[in-house]
Write a protein of this length. Structure first.
Ligand SMILES: *Cc1c(COP(=O)(O)O)cnc(C)c1O
Length: 385
């Protein structure tokens, strides 16, 4: 089906990428499970590891439309996307400037794999152009960012990074998992490659793992060679489930972000709470930047710091709706202590330096009724504390 070029986000979520069932007239993309394709007649060479089968293309086209990407790829996980991109583009001797507070699994990949191949990594707090000036070397090839970051919801100035990179002929890479393309479009701000852990908001129901990478045809073609070699590809049946999930991405994340905004404001006024970290609050130290680079909302991830009298474990155990669990981005609200989950392997001293305390909890706000979420937090804040 040919869609008008002018369609907007919600329409893209529902319609972009759909490969209408021409044989039967069905309105959904049929699931084509073949991993073997005829070649003697004039058929295109297809094979799922080459990421060129119809169900893979349907979801790639949908996410490309949302991120305004010329070309994209889907992978069996977010790390599958990150590893293929970095291995595909970098060579021994190359240097990468990496935002210091990126996702732990990404940092682990850089430490344990990339560095073994002679790729040099500098973890840098990217708060200003001066930080980048201080970190750049003649061998620098790429800047890697993730905004908002986990767990304190710090922002990186996407346009600033993109402008700096253009001046120095560097490739820029942005992990857009937390914001989703509904609230932030890094490619529109001058970034070269955008990545998602589709495991989070794109799947949206905490039941599918996949990854996405989008950018210019030139970069994606180069990365596709690495994907074919590394093999982190995606099965047709799963692609269909992803396509189904993505049709409701906008309404899920908009509702979750509305809940997050209201809860952040409410928590900030609660005298059992020390501090709330949410980019949509005027008290967030980068609220102006948030308004500049985020669109139509501020996402549904936040953290808050419990006052010292409140035991964070007892608090989480007392919750009846919000589930203490690792991961994020589902329709259900999830909560967790960074010191016991994402930042467990980091020493207390390092966490102190990062400003992360044992009283901090990270909150992936879901789409439940706001009153039930408030009541649940309230009863747990008073339970036994
Ligand atoms: C989960 C996550 C990843 C890794 O994605 P997987 O799908 O688990 O491989 C990368 N970045 C961010 C921000 C994440 O939350």
């Amino acid at each position: 089906m040919k869609l008008p070029k002018t369609i907007l986000t919600a329409t893209k979520c529902v319609h972009s990428g759909t490969q209408i069932d021409e044989n039967l007239g069905g309105v959904n993309t049929p699931i084509h499970t073949s991993t073997a394709f005829k070649y003697l007649e004039d058929y295109e060479m297809k094979y799922p590891r080459m990421a060129n089968t119809s169900n893979q293309i349907a979801i790639v086209d949908k996410i490309n439309a949302l991120e305004n990407a010329a070309k994209g790829l889907v992978f069996s996980s977010g790390l599958g996307a990150i590893s293929a991109a970095l291995i595909g583009l970098l060579a021994p001797g190359d240097h990468v400037i990496v935002q210091a507070d990126i996702y732990g699994g990404t940092a682990h990949f850089m430490h344990h794999q990339l560095q073994r191949y002679g790729i040099e990594i500098s973890f840098v707090t990217i708060e200003s152009k001066a930080n980048l000036d201080g970190a750049i070397r003649p061998s620098t090839k790429m800047i890697y960012i993730e905004t908002p970051s986990n767990p304190l919801m710090k922002l990186t100035d996407i346009s600033m990074v993109a402008d700096f990179a253009k001046e120095h002929d560097l490739i820029t890479f942005a992990d857009n998992t937390f914001a989703t393309p509904i609230f932030q479009k890094p490619l529109d701000l001058g970034i070269d490659l955008v990545m998602h852990s589709g495991t989070k908001y794109f799947s949206g129901h905490s039941d599918i793992i996949f990854g996405y990478l989008g950018g210019s045809a030139k970069l994606i073609n180069q990365i596709q060679i690495a994907q074919i070699d590394l093999g982190a590809t995606l099965d047709a049946r799963l692609c269909y489930e992803i396509e189904r999930s993505m049709k409701t991405l906008h309404i899920r994340v908009e509702r979750a972000a509305d809940n997050a905004m209201e809860l952040a404001t409410w928590l900030e006024a609660n005298d059992k709470i020390e501090m709330v970290y949410y980019p949509g609050l005027a008290s967030h130290s980068q609220f102006e930047l948030a308004k500049k680079q985020m669109i139509g909302g501020f996402g549904a991830m936040m953290s808050f710091r419990l006052k010292s009298g409140i035991d964070p474990i007892k608090f989480q155990k007392a919750l009846q709706i919000i589930c203490p669990a690792v991961s994020l981005g589902g329709v259900e609200s999830l909560i967790g202590s960074p010191y016991l989950t994402s930042h467990k392997s980091i020493s207390q001293k390092e966490r102190d330096k990062m400003g992360i305390t044992n009283q901090d909890v990270r909150f992936s706000v879901g789409i439940e009724s706001i009153d039930d979420l408030k009541n649940d937090l309230n009863q747990a804040l008073f339970a036994d504390n």
